[in-house]
Design a protein around this ligand. Structure first.
Ligand SMILES: Cc1cc2nc3c(=O)[nH]c(=O)nc-3n(C[C@H](O)[C@H](O)[C@H](O)COP(=O)(O)O)c2cc1C
Length: 326
């Protein structure tokens, strides 16, 4: 059974972005569900072997804090044996196991994973059977899917969703772009409406929600149960509180540059507890400077910073300069 969600806005899985620190911030700011970056089933199996041999657990590889709950782990990969093993390894630790059928990156689709699976109905059925079987009814399995592979098969998600539901998948997130579209064009929200009309499980709409107004428009236009926010939440964990307030009351508070600075330093404090790559932390710093007047200068300084202390100085100087300039 799915956990009870405290609101209608979820944080999307984003490789290199939805690390445990950003997830926790978003959760504290009202994200009703947070999802790990997608993780290879093969790397989970390999890590488990290493860690278990040393008396340690997979939590050292898939880092998280209990404060993030409800927390979903996203898997990719289609080797059924590895999938069953990986699902059994993660199942005791996470509240949801999400399966990726959307990633358009060639290094993923070329290994028959992510978006490439949309054209493989039989394998898709076996994947969901394997996952729900391994999760044993204890941990719900959900799906995140793109619309199709190319323009000509852009309604493949309907068949995939039907198979997923048949096999016990309990919630479906649709990012209504095709694999070949990447991030170009607009997400076609009519497809979310189509899925909602045909589904017996909760539907999560995803794609191009960057403001509270977008979140409400998506819910109103599609009838989706939840919205999932990706790029709009980068460097902007405030968005969840704003969406929740807007859906509840029709208004929301703005955040200042100082709030952004505070949020970035909070990110750094949380990040220090995890093994997040410094390159990824710099990426987060860039995103927290989005929209600042002196953002281009700051981003160049961030790129060249060589450690957390230097990065923190760059951020303090830069954001204070931006605030002083009004
Ligand atoms: C940097 C980045 C990394 C992403 N990584 C993942 C991922 O690991 N798993 C996944 O299902 N989707 C991933 N996505 C896709 C997002 O979850 C989401 O579906 C997409 O960005 C559309 O939502 P948005 O318009 O709110 O950003 C990623 C997107 C971005 C921008």
């Amino acid at each position: 059974m799915l956990p009870r969600f405290s609101g209608r806005a979820f944080l999307a899985p984003m490789a290199g972005v939805s690390d445990p620190a950003l997830r926790l911030q978003c959760r504290r700011m009202g994200a009703a569900l947070v999802v790990t970056e997608f993780t290879s089933i093969h790397s989970i199996v390999a890590k488990q072997e290493q860690l278990a041999g040393a008396g340690r657990t997979i939590r050292e590889f898939l880092e998280y804090s209990d404060e993030e709950r409800p927390l979903s782990v996203q898997l990719f990969g289609s080797d059924l044996e590895a999938l069953a093993k990986a699902a059994r390894i993660v199942e005791p630790y996470f509240d949801i196991i999400d399966y990726n059928m959307g990633c358009p990156a060639p290094h993923i689709t070329s290994q028959m994973a992510g978006g490439a699976l949309l054209q493989e109905a039989d394998l898709t059925r076996q994947i969901f059977q394997t996952l729900t079987g391994a999760a044993g009814g204890r941990t719900p399995v959900t799906l995140k899917v793109r619309a199709g592979v190319t323009e000509s098969d852009r309604f493949l998600f309907l068949e995939v969703a039907r198979i997923a539901e048949d096999e016990g998948v309990e919630m479906i997130t649709l990012h209504p772009r095709t694999v070949s579209q990447g991030y170009s064009g607009r997400a076609d929200w009519d497809m979310i409406k189509m899925l909602k009309e045909r589904s017996d499980v909760p539907v999560v709409g995803n794609g191009d929600v960057a403001t509270p107004e977008d979140a409400k428009a998506m819910i109103d236009q599609t009838g989706c149960d939840y919205v999932m926010v990706g790029r709009g939440a980068m460097g902007n964990p405030f968005l969840f509180e704003q969406i929740n307030d807007y859906l509840d009351t029709g208004s929301y508070s703005a955040y200042t540059l100082e709030d952004r600075l505070d949020a970035f330093f909070e990110y750094l404090r949380i990040a220090a507890k995890y093994r997040i790559r410094f390159a990824n932390i710099k990426g987060q710093a860039m995103r927290f400077t989005k929209g600042l007047r002196n953002g281009a200068v700051m981003r160049s300084r961030i790129t060249h910073s060589e450690g957390i202390d230097q990065l923190a100085d760059v951020m303090s100087d830069g954001i204070r300069a931006a605030c002083a300039a009004g």
